[in-house]
Design a protein around this ligand. Structure first.
Ligand code: MTE
Ligand code: MO
Length: 402
């Protein structure tokens, strides 16, 4: 176990009072308050330390500082990885954990249980994948396009890359007796029910079509070679490569398997596109993420005139491997290719760099633009949607040359 926090009695009582079902499920010690000894800001319900040089706290969430990724390698260390919590991190003990699979999409139609030990005994796979919130970049709808959106005002730091180890969901489903006519699964978390605007929406859950479930989804118990940290889903989370972050349910408790399509507020009310440019009643539930890029430089950074700077950044696409990255150091008038430092691959990002020698003092806007192997390019504007999802447009990065 990465930490051994002392259960806070008050939050334990509060949690039990709020959700009587929790004690029956077992294994929930407490929704721990933020790390007591941590220096710097804390977020309610996040266990790990959130030093200001690495995180910006946004409500119950913590955004990683994208500019500070400059000193990370390809993988995002767990202590630098963004946290998106609908409620708060439950501190679960792997020894008490078990997964329940249930629903009419299983042969026996009787629930099947799997302990942590049994999961660990199944063949494992290891793969690198990004997890990125559907709302990553949301603040640019307002900041660049002047459009109103609801939700957490992320800049570009609601994304990270990690090496996940676990068991293929396909293996677990087949072992549980997947019926031929199953069409959907719905994983659900063990964190407290999500209450918003006085409405109890139940525990975080979202349907996944069977084709994706059987493709590349894993039940992960390791992140970058260590047991999953509490905030990232300890002891077991789903990792759904290339899909929006909400699909990767943390603190996995049960999976419904169904012969009929499933729904939850996370597929009907949220994580769809609503607004003028979209169908009445919203788009289909979102699946894949889009493409993005950004500079590993603070917004408004000051750069010295007359010398060569090595501008660095990252670029990624959930649609296909990155093919090229272009940069502009004059507000978009001229573009030139950046150098790529990683082999482009699906479900990953590439680090890039471009030298720049600014001549005159003044304010300049830096831009970067990803093009992927399927021919997708970051547009100048993203199509507005009321909840600000999937911002894929070129981000304008202001700097000052002095
Ligand atoms: N059980 C549960 N799973 C969850 C969430 C949550 O609040 N509860 N948040 C989701 C969202 S919106 C995102 S973007 C990712 C974030 O994963 P991370 O916190 O490990 O970065 O987890 C997803 N899985
Ligand atoms: Mo998210």
């Amino acid at each position: 176990m990465p930490y051994s926090p002392v259960p806070a009695r008050r939050s334990l009582l509060k949690l039990l009072a709020a959700s009587p079902a929790v004690s029956a499920l077992g294994g929930i010690a407490t929704a721990a308050p933020a790390h007591a000894a941590a220096a710097g800001p804390t977020a309610p319900g996040i266990v790990k330390a959130l030093p200001a040089e690495h995180f910006t706290v946004r409500g119950t969430n913590a955004e990683a500082r994208f500019d500070a990724f400059a000193d990370t390698g390809y993988l995002t260390p767990a202590d630098r990885f963004f946290v998106r919590n609908h409620t708060s991190t439950p501190v679960l003990d792997a020894r008490d954990w078990r997964l329940t699979l249930w629903g009419d999409g299983l042969h026996g139609r009787r629930p099947v249980h799997l302990t942590y030990g049994q999961l660990r005994d199944l063949p494992s796979v290891t793969r690198t994948a990004l997890i990125e919130c559907a709302g990553n970049g949301r603040s640019f709808y307002t900041g660049q396009q002047g459009e109103a959106v609801s939700g957490t005002a992320w800049t570009l730091g609601a994304v990270g890359a990690a090496r996940w180890r676990g068991v293929r969901l396909a293996d677990v489903l087949r072992r549980a007796g997947l019926a031929r006519d199953a069409v959907a699964v719905q994983p659900r978390g063990l964190d407290a029910p999500y209450v918003s605007g006085g409405v109890d929406h139940g525990r975080v859950r979202r349907p996944l079509p069977i084709a994706k479930a059987l493709d590349d989804v894993i039940l992960a118990y390791e992140m970058n070679g260590e047991p999953l940290p509490y905030d990232h889903g300890h002891p077991v989370r789903l990792v759904v490569p290339s899909w929006i972050g909400i699909a990767s349910v943390k603190w996995l408790g049960d999976i419904e398997v169904s012969t009929r399509p499933l729904a939850s507020p996370w597929s009907t009310d949220w994580y769809r596109l609503f607004g003028e440019a979209h169908p009445e009643g919203g788009s289909a539930p979102l699946g894949r993420q889009v493409l993005k890029s950004g500079y590993q430089l603070p917004s408004g950074a000051t750069l010295e005139a007359g010398r060569v700077h090595r501008l660095t950044g990252r670029a990624w696409s959930a649609l296909a491997p990155v093919r090229k990255v272009e940069v502009s150091t004059d507000g978009g008038a001229h573009w030139r290719p950046a150098q790529l430092h990683d082999a482009p691959r699906r479900d990953g990002w590439v680090r890039w760099s471009a030298p720049w020698r600014p001549h005159r003092a003044g304010r300049v806007t830096l831009l970067s633009r990803t093009t992927d192997a399927a021919g997708n390019t970051q547009p100048e504007r993203a199509v507005h949607n009321t909840q600000g999802y999937l911002f894929g447009a070129v981000v304008r990065h202001p700097v000052t040359v002095a």
